[in-house]
Write a protein that binds this ligand. Sequence first.
Ligand code: URA
Length: 266
Amino acid sequence: MNTHTTRHSAQSHLSASLIAYLEDLRESGVDGIPAELVSPAAEVESAPRRSAVQEQEQECTMRDDRQDVPELHETIEQIRKDLGPCQRCKLGTTRKNLVFGVGNPNARLVFVGEGPGADEDAQGEPFVGDAGRILNRIIAAMELKREDVYICNVVKCRPPQNRPPESDEVAACSPFLLRQIASVKPEVIVALGTSAAQALLQTKVPISKLRSKFHDFHGIPLMPTYHPSYLLRSGGNSDSFWSVWDDMTQVLQLLKLPVPVKSRKK
Ligand code: URA
């Protein structure tokens, strides 16, 4: 291996670690890094930081602008057909496969993730890679089967380098997500991670503050929880793992399903 290749692979490794670290920070509720730390030369805006109350106020105002879940009943197949070989946003040009959704079209419970990763892009199905294995374990721990629930994402095409979807991409895709939810008519929605929770609730409040309680999504109770990829990085018996289990316990209770007893290993 020559010096150039070695340096290039060290840089890729470093940027992959940095991306994972920043994603962990975002998932654990850190919603920004001071600009002077990112770029010492950058001009720092002097706008004061918004308080939690201001964030909540913004959440309420913004939620009034939300698009309504369509009343009209259409099947999942009709919505898929209408979406077609979608090029409504720039993700259409880089994806391999559009990842529409999978599962029971009459599910009582819908899981919404952020967007497809490499495995999902290759196979055209949501949550089939490492994060999918964790989601499958969560579903199994709830004593449900993957076929019992419906699984989809905020955006249907893989963002390059698995970056969070941008607002124009979310805006282009969300009418189809709303139509999917309106078609399935679930009793509960679980938003997996920051992007899904913030996009569905139209808020910037961090996931750590949104999770553990139900929010209203057009009359459907929505439980935000940590993303399975975050659990993957934080380990199987971590506090975040047990936080997700607490959230899923509330979901099972709302659905009036038995709550399996799990004991935390010391
Ligand atoms: N992460 C997501 O948010 N969605 C997927 O489908 C896979 C990984």
